[in-house]
Design a protein around this ligand. Structure first.
Ligand code: ATP
Length: 616
């Protein structure tokens, strides 16, 4: 098999993915609880590890051999417990990040790839840069940072209270007070240094998105770039974007220098501070009466307690830079969700006039094989005084009053940019009708009403089986179409040979579809999909441009026999003979309609030329 036919590695994992998808989202509370319990056990172990020097000093100064053996065994047990505790905490942290990412990403995806929100966000609200990056990368970074911060932020205050009390017992109020002052100064300094970094992280992530997008775009259009010798130009653009990313990264590195200096200095300063805390009771004479062995044990214990309290504050100060990153990611994710909210609030719906039966359960493997035309009659799509405007606000068509009746093929003609495709967009609800209403039959499975075939068909990331049943994904309904049915449909469109190219019907391909199949074969595959769904209406946007005229004719005949009403956008007047009506746009916001007499295509061509002739 040639290299481009190799299956994508994801295929092996598809069953696991499917299993995971069916799992309920759940929540992260049980993980938190487990985390808290394990963290407490770990902290108890850490505390006892901290007391080890004090215990050893005690037995060393007293030359207590039996005591030494007991302390040694205890020390080993404490160390093992602390080690296991630490790794368990990290493990639960990883699980927490995983779960958070899963919940957050699926939540955003459910809202992002929902109805026409996706289209509106990308086409009508392009100011939200790189939503894909926000969903894939920012949520992942957000989850990891959140887990890191939360794991310490929850447990650290409790430990601070405990060690403050212990410190107070040793050195009175003065010791804890010094440490608290140290913390307040540290926090104020880091807060002051963090705020410019938050904004820079936001901007850097934005540029990262553009940079990756250009790489993905180059991969998608590799052939066109190669044909037009565009490599140098593309490389220049890539370098420009890289420089922008690196520019922000450099600024962040520079701004992080003072922040790092402050946090590092505070870390070292903290260890000095811990000796000051011990010095307070020592020089105030509190331990003057103690024997040497007890005194050295107490000094060792106190050293640990105050060092640990200082360390806990240092942790909080050091987390400051993680918090600044987290704030950057939160802003980007929040902005995306706000934009989705906005679109959801404004999304208009195409009006429904008929409700036709269309649940997925009514479609099975035999759906294709019965070869009967669809069972609906007298359905229509009507434009009722519709005004269409482009996202840039340009008025393309005003007061469109037109009805597409079932079994009456319509061809939409007009100069470039006159709004032909925009009529299809408005009909499908992608673009809102600024005025008036579009009335469309309704079905739960939209493909039963209307299938859209563009000039370059969309071949989904999936198997050959998926291409035919798209948008139904077969990994979710593996028996949706049988092998026999696939072969029948492929023979109908002259694509029997691609079974060999693909190896089988279930190997998953992504980008490879564009190189495995020629543009004409891709258009044929789109027709295979159309004949599978057998909708009431089919919208063709130059969908037969790469097909020879015999096949083109055969496909229009097949559509008729299957009861599919064609709505064709084209510049090719040879297609007039397959249609009953013409909708002609003049490119100046006006339109005209005419019936097409089967034997009179010459007349209709004359009418088109006259109508399009600019009025003096
Ligand atoms: N996403 C968009 N944002 C802004 N303007 C758009 C967008 N999509 C289309 N337009 C504009 O709407 C106008 C009509 O576009 P449309 O694709 O409907 O033209 P068309 O008649 O199908 O052209 P052609 O024959 O060249 O395919 C064009 O001027 C185009 O620039």
């Amino acid at each position: 098999m040639p290299r481009f036919c190799e299956p994508l590695s994801i295929q092996d994992g598809s069953t696991t993915v499917e299993g995971d998808l069916k799992k309920p989202e759940g929540n992260v509370i049980w993980l938190w609880l487990t985390f808290m319990v394990v963290s407490f056990i770990k902290e108890i172990a850490v505390y006892y590890v901290g007391t080890i020097p004090s215990r050893f000093y005690g037995v060393f100064v007293g030359r207590d051999w039996d005591g030494f053996k007991i302390v040694l065994v205890l020390a080993l047990l404490f160390v093992i417990a602390a080690g296991v505790g630490r790794s368990l905490v990290q493990f639960i942290n990883g699980l927490f990040a995983l779960k958070t990412r899963r919940i957050l990403t699926r939540y955003i995806q459910t809202r992002y790839v929902n109805g026409k929100t996706l289209y509106r966000l990308l086409v009508w609200q392009p100011e939200i840069d790189n939503p894909d990056q926000r969903i894939t990368q920012d949520t992942s970074n957000f989850s990891t940072k959140l887990a890191l911060i939360l794991s310490e932020v929850i447990i650290t205050p409790i430990l601070i209270i405990y060690y403050t009390y212990k410190c107070f017992v040793i050195s009175g109020y003065l010791g804890p007070m010094l440490i608290y002052i140290y913390f307040v100064v540290g926090t104020v300094c880091s807060r002051f240094l963090i705020s410019p970094i938050v904004e820079l992280v936001f901007l850097k992530e934005q540029q990262e998105g553009y940079f990756r997008f250009l790489h993905a775009r180059i991969r998608n259009y590799v052939e066109s770039i190669a044909f037009s010798w565009g490599e140098k130009g593309e490389r220049t653009r890539l370098d420009e974007l890289l420089m922008r990313v690196l520019g922000y990264q450099k600024k962040i590195v520079y701004k992080e220098l003072p922040l790092q200096t402050v946090t590092e200095a505070f870390g070292y300063f903290g260890s000095v501070l811990s000796y000051v805390v011990i010095a307070i009771p020592l020089f105030s004479g509190k331990y003057d009466d103690l024997p040497t062995d007890e005194l050295s044990a107490i000094i060792a214990l106190n050293a640990f307690l105050s060092i640990y309290l200082v360390y806990l504050f240092t942790v909080i100060v050091q987390r400051a830079s993680d918090i600044s990153d987290l704030a950057g990611y939160t802003a980007r994710i929040g902005q995306l969700l706000e934009a989705i909210d906005d679109i959801e609030n404004r999304l208009e719906h195409v009006e429904t006039v008929h409700d036709i039966d269309g649940s997925l359960e009514n479609i099975d493997s035999d759906f294709l094989l019965d070869q009967q035309p669809n069972a609906y009659t007298e359905l229509s799509i009507s434009f009722d005084r519709v005004t269409i405007k482009s996202p840039a606000g340009k008025t393309l068509l005003t007061d469109l009053r037109f009805t597409i009746e079932q079994n009456k093929n319509v061809i939409i003609l007009g100069p470039n940019g006159s709004g032909k495709t925009s009529i299809l967009r408005t009909m499908s609800g992608l673009w809102p009708a600024c005025e008036g209403a579009v009335n469309l039959p309704h079905a739960t499975v939209k493909q039963k009403v209307l299938v859209y075939l563009p000039q370059t068909p969309y071949l989904t990331y999936g198997s050959l089986r998926d291409q035919i049943t798209y948008p139904v994904v077969n990994s979710l309904r593996s028996s949706f179409i049988t092998d026999e049915a696939i072969r029948t449909i492929l023979s109908k469109v002259g694509l029997v040979h691609i079974e060999k190219i693909c190896g089988d019907f279930d190997t998953v391909y992504g980008q490879e579809w564009n190189t495995m199949l020629s543009p004409g074969e891709q258009q044929k595959l789109a027709f295979a999909r159309l004949f599978y769904w057998r909708p009431v209406f089919a919208a063709f946007d130059e969908a037969t441009s790469s097909l020879d005229s015999a096949l083109e004719s055969q496909f229009f005949v097949t559509c008729k026999s299957l009861g599919i009403t064609c709505i064709t956008v084209s510049h090719n007047r040879n297609l007039l003979k397959y249609h009953d009506q013409v909708l002609l746009l003049d490119g100046r916001g006006h339109y005209a309609t005419s019936d097409i007499d089967i034997d009179g295509t010459e007349d209709i061509e004359r009418w088109i030329d006259q109508t399009l002739r600019p009025s003096s």
